[in-house]
Design a protein around this ligand. Structure first.
Ligand code: 8NA
Ligand code: MG
Ligand code: MG
Ligand code: MG
Length: 348
């Protein structure tokens, strides 16, 4: 169904935008029970029609995501140099979007070297180990949408587009996992309920294949960190949701700017919202429940909500997103337009 797929494209990019815009005021916070109540009221208010006041601004997550989408729209053959240029142009046009502390060095070097080797600056980060930040994962949703019918190409493009800024395997595989999660949500019929365990098991199988490229034949246990994390996601989903569990999740699954400590947490947030057993989040709307819950886990709230929102939106489509809430986000119309152009480029 073409209309459904088009709605899912919009849903996923809007999900990403809303998670970013609505999550960013809480970035870096430890969320107390009292603050969860504040967040509940904040979301209730966002559903008010024609709410006045300034728009909620987007940050680096959306700024970079829209440039990934533009790259896919602009050229039929994926042009990574073009993508690198769009990232750098975007950064220097609006540098105050809250970029990660170190990724700016990559932008500076790319510009200075006139994009001669677009992968070199990222490789040099952190004494050659490369960044494991979640900056590759936060912007990846357009790749999952564009390659909705070509899984192998999707994995390949997810890796190469991430490596422009993040070359540490944790950063790359985190982006790939986020991409696979959005892709899987996209292919799920919104009229049929997702079974969290099945969803996680399928993700585990797929990320295992991706992580096997790390295999050095030593048979050590720490070779598949994302596979291990997904097992933790399943474990936590089996425990009744309560205040203390949220703290344990934040500590064990993580809520930081590291991809390893945020992508599995975004998946967990979406799955917990699907289970619909969160005592601190009160809404019938699955999309809202997903991003609101992600934010209550604290830490890198804009990015975790952005990633969880991209999954929920890809599953549900744009109709599931409250229009009043969406309209309060900066760039709402721009993102809808971008989703439609991406759809036109992806579906011939
Ligand atoms: P990045 O590549 O600069 O990575 C982010 C941070 O992760 C770095 O500044 C380091 O502190 C740490 N890091 C990454 N790799 C390594 C490594 N190999 N060794 C040691 N430390 C490492 O930028 P990015 O694009 O990945 O960042 C994305 C995040 O930045 C998003 O959350 C986004 O919203 C933004 N942001 C987050 C915060 C926050 O405090 N949560 C604040 C401002 C901006
Ligand atoms: Mg951000
Ligand atoms: Mg920020
Ligand atoms: Mg962030």
């Amino acid at each position: 169904d073409k209309n459904l797929l088009k709605s899912k494209f919009r849903g996923s990019l809007l999900g990403s935008l809303l998670g970013d815009c609505l999550g960013s005021p809480f970035e870096g916070d430890v969320i107390t029970p009292g603050e969860k109540l504040v967040i509940q009221k904040y979301f209730d208010k966002l559903e008010t029609p024609d709410l006045k006041g300034p728009k909620r601004c987007y940050t680096d997550d959306t700024a970079m995501m829209k440039e990934v989408a533009k790259t896919l729209i602009d050229k039929p053959e994926i042009d990574y140099k073009h993508m690198a240029k769009l990232f750098v142009k975007e950064y220097f046009s609006e540098p105050h979007r809250g970029y990660g502390q170190n990724v700016v060095e990559v932008f500076n070097k790319l510009r200075k070297t006139k994009f001669e080797d677009i992968y070199k600056p990222a490789k040099e980060q952190f004494n050659g180990s490369g960044s494991f930040g979640n900056g590759g994962a936060m912007r990846i949703a357009p790749v999952a949408l564009y390659f909705h019918d070509n899984y192998d190409a999707m994995i390949n493009v997810a890796k190469q587009s991430t490596e422009i800024t993040h070359t540490n395997s944790l950063g790359v595989h985190g982006a790939v996992l986020q991409c696979i999660a959005v892709h899987q949500a996209l292919s799920h019929d919104p009229k049929t309920a997702i079974t969290p365990k099945d969803f996680c098991d399928e993700l585990t199988k797929k990320i295992k294949v991706v992580e096997s490229e790390n295999d050095d034949g030593l048979g050590l246990h720490d070779q598949n960190p994302y596979e291990d994390k997904l097992n933790f996601v399943n474990y936590f989903l089996g425990i009744k949701c309560h205040e203390e569990l949220d703290e344990e999740v934040a500590q064990n699954l993580g809520n930081s700017i590291a991809a390893y400590d945020s992508v599995p947490t975004a998946i967990y947030s979406f799955m917990r919202a699907v289970q619909n057993d969160i005592p601190t989040v009160n809404t019938d709307n699955l999309f809202r429940r997903t991003i609101q819950y992600a934010i209550t886990l604290g830490g890198d709230t804009d990015t975790i909500a952005c990633m969880a929102g991209a999954m929920a939106g890809a599953y549900l489509g744009e109709e599931a997103i409250d229009k009043n809430m969406a309209k309060q986000c900066e760039g709402y119309e721009m993102i809808v337009d971008l989703a439609d152009k991406l759809y036109a480029a992806a579906v011939k």
